[in-house]
Ligand binder design. Structure first.
Ligand code: MN
Length: 306
C-alpha cells in the first residue's frame, strides 16, 4: 500500500455566479490537467437568502456532467426536456448534459434561511460528449451509508466502498463520490484507486491529510525546474472548513481528524487526458466545436434531444 502525499491545499475563493449567487469556488476555469476528469467544484453554502435566491436561471450545458449534492435547503430544477424536480437535504442529482440541455437551478433556503450544497463538474470523453442527456436523481434514503467500528461514517454516492455500491451508474469518468465523517481524534486510512485523480473537500471540522511522514513545518526536498534539489517548508498541516486537498498518486489516503472531527467529500476519477476547449457552461475538445455550440445556441438548434 502506498499513501498519497498531499500535492496542494486550496482555500475555496468567494465567487459570484448565476444571477448573483455568492458561493465559494475551489477550482474551475483554470488548469484542467491537475483535476482531470473534473473541471470545477463550487461550494454554495449560504446563510443569507438574498445571497442565493436569484439562483441560476436558464443556461445551457454541453459536453459535461454536473453533480449537485444538497445538504440543507432545496434546489428546484427544470429543463428543456420538460423535467422538473426538487432536490432536498441529502439528495444528489447527477446530470449528464451530453449533446445539450437548457436548464435552471433555483436554490431555496430551509426554514432558517440556510442553503448548503455542492456542485462538481466532470468532463465527458470525446466519444461521449454528444450522447443523449440523462438525469439520475437520487433521494437521500437511497444513498448507502457504512459505519465503521471507530465511528467513521461514509455515504457512498457513486463507486464502491467498503463493499457498498452507490446508486449512480453509467457515468463516463466512473468517479467515486463519498461523503466521509471521521470522529474527533481518529486517524483513518481510506482506499483510493491508484490511477485516479483524487481530492478531499473539507466542509465541517478539520483534519490533517499528510500522514505521519511529514510533520508540520518540516523541510521537504524536491527537485526544482533546473534539476537542483530545493528544500521547501511544509506550509500548513491542517485542512479546515472550505479547503480542498489535492492528492498525489498512491492507493490510499489518510486523515487525522481534529478536535471536532472532520467531514469531507472524497472524490476521485480516471483522467480523460484529452484536449479541453471550454467557454462558460460548455466544454468541448476543440475551438471549432465550441463555436459550433454557441452558433447553435443563437440559431435555436442547440437542443438535439427532446
Ligand atoms: Mn447548470
Amino acid at each position: 500500500m502506498s499513501l498519497r502525499p498531499v500535492k496542494q491545499i486550496i482555500e475555496a475563493t468567494p465567487t459570484l455566479e448565476g444571477a448573483g449567487v455568492k458561493l465559494r469556488r475551489a477550482f474551475g476555469f483554470g488548469k484542467t490537467q491537475e483535476f482531470d476528469p473534473f473541471l470545477l467544484f463550487d461550494d454554495f453554502r449560504n446563510e443569507r437568502p438574498e445571497d442565493f435566491l436569484k439562483g441560476f436561471p436558464w443556461h445551457p450545458h454541453r459536453g459535461i456532467e454536473t453533480i449537485t449534492y444538497v445538504l440543507k435547503g432545496t434546489v428546484n430544477h427544470g429543463d428543456s426536456l420538460g423535467n422538473k424536480g426538487a432536490l432536498g437535504a441529502g439528495d444528489v442529482q447527477w446530470m449528464t448534459a451530453g449533446s445539450g440541455i437548457l436548464h435552471q437551478e433555483m436554490p431555496k433556503g430551509d426554514a432558517e434561511g440556510r442553503m448548503h450544497g455542492f456542485q462538481l463538474w466532470a468532463n465527458l470523453p470525446a466519444d461521449q460528449k454528444m450522447i443523449d442527456p440523462r438525469y439520475q436523481d437520487i433521494k437521500s434514503a437511497d444513498i448507502p451509508e457504512v459505519i465503521d467500528d471507530d465511528g467513521t461514517t461514509v455515504r457512498v454516492v457513486t463507486g464502491e466502498f467498503w463493499g457498498k455500491k452507490g446508486p449512480v451508474d453509467g457515468v463516463a469518468a466512473n468517479p467515486s463520490y463519498l461523503d466521509v465523517y471521521v470522529p474527533p481524534g481518529v486517524r483513518k486510512t481510506l482506499p483510493v484507486d491508484t490511477y485516479r485523480t483524487a481530492f478531499a473537500y473539507v466542509f465541517e471540522g478539520s483534519g490533517d491529510f499528510r500522514g505521519a511522514s511529514a510533520p508540520f513545518g518540516a523541510l521537504t526536498e524536491r527537485v526544482g525546474d533546473n534539476g537542483a534539489t530545493v528544500a521547501e517548508e511544509t506550509v500548513r498541516d491542517t485542512a479546515g472548513n472550505r479547503s480542498l486537498v489535492l492528492f498525489d498518486t498512491g492507493d490510499e489516503v489518510t486523515v487525522q481528524a481534529g478536535p471536532e472531527g472532520v467531514r469531507f467529500l472524497l472524490v476521485s476519477g480516471k483522467p480523460i487526458s484529452e484536449p479541453v476547449a471550454w467557454y462558460g457552461p460548455i466544454v468541448m475538445n476543440t475551438q471549432a466545436q465550441l463555436r459550433e455550440a454557441y452558433d447553435e445556441l443563437q440559431r435555436g438548434t442547440f437542443i438535439k434531444h427532446r
